[in-house]
Design a protein around this ligand. Structure first.
Ligand code: PLP
Length: 221
């Protein structure tokens, strides 16, 4: 069930930094989502296409669904008109497929470029060292049905604060690079999606504008 006290606390910290909270509801029950909805929450994050689609169909249509997990090209068509924002754009191929499907459904899709800054190999994203080349030389000149809103990333899962801070700084640098260089007409930057249950306070301190918090919002009953 929802840990209301914790939720309100995190929400307050977000507000003081003008950041948004995406409640990550993967693995959570429908009752948990209903509780969050009932107290006015509208931004929800899912990491799997099939879960996002099922929940989008079931729950009220004013919920903004965020896809935060890795996305395969062949699944883009299922979410294209159901998702508010895709956080996990990490290669040209997926961007082109999003554009293609968005044209078909006549929608404009908000996307974030996922950047890999963590030490774990299992995390996806454009390698930090390649980010500037990617945006300068790989992004198409025109994308009629995509808006790139910023950057998403995940720090290494560690207790080493210095390490996490270093990685958040790299994400902030990517965000600022996109924001300060008018590279493409479809890039309109306002979002730095970083910070999860274990590191959201540090993320807010380092300039996050959007947290993705899951486990911390709930307690087991
Ligand atoms: C699960 C997940 C989160 C939230 O993780 P918690 O530790 O439960 O807060 C955030 N971002 C991504 C990409 C996730 O998959």
């Amino acid at each position: 069930m929802l840990n209301k006290k914790e939720y309100l606390q995190i929400q307050k910290q977000c507000e003081s930094k003008q950041a948004k909270l995406v409640a990550v509801t993967k693995y959570r029950s429908h009752a948990d989502i209903e509780e969050l909805y009932a107290i006015g929450h509208r931004d929800f994050g899912e990491n799997k296409v099939q879960d996002l689609v099922a929940k989008q169909e079931k729950f009220p249509k004013d919920i903004r669904w965020h896809l935060i997990g890795h996305l395969q090209s062949n699944k883009v068509k299922y979410i294209i008109d159901k998702v508010h924002q895709i956080h996990s754009v990490d290669r040209l191929k997926i961007l082109k497929e999003i554009q293609k499907q968005a044209v078909k459904k006549n929608v404009v899709v908000n996307c974030l470029l996922q950047v890999h800054v963590a030490q774990e190999k299992s995390k996806f994203g454009i390698p930090y060292a390649d980010f500037q080349d990617f945006v300068n030389y790989q992004l198409p000149e025109e994308l009629s049905n995509i808006q790139i809103k910023g950057v998403m990333g995940m720090a290494t899962f560690t207790n080493d604060k210095t390490q996490i801070e270093q990685e958040f700084k790299q994400l902030l640098a990517c965000f600022n690079y996109l924001k300060n260089n008018k590279l493409r007409s479809y890039i309109e930057v306002n979002t730095l999606s970083m910070g999860m249950s274990s590191d959201y306070e540090l993320a807010l301190a380092k300039g996050s504008t959007m947290l993705r918090v899951g486990s911390r919002l709930f307690k087991d009953d």
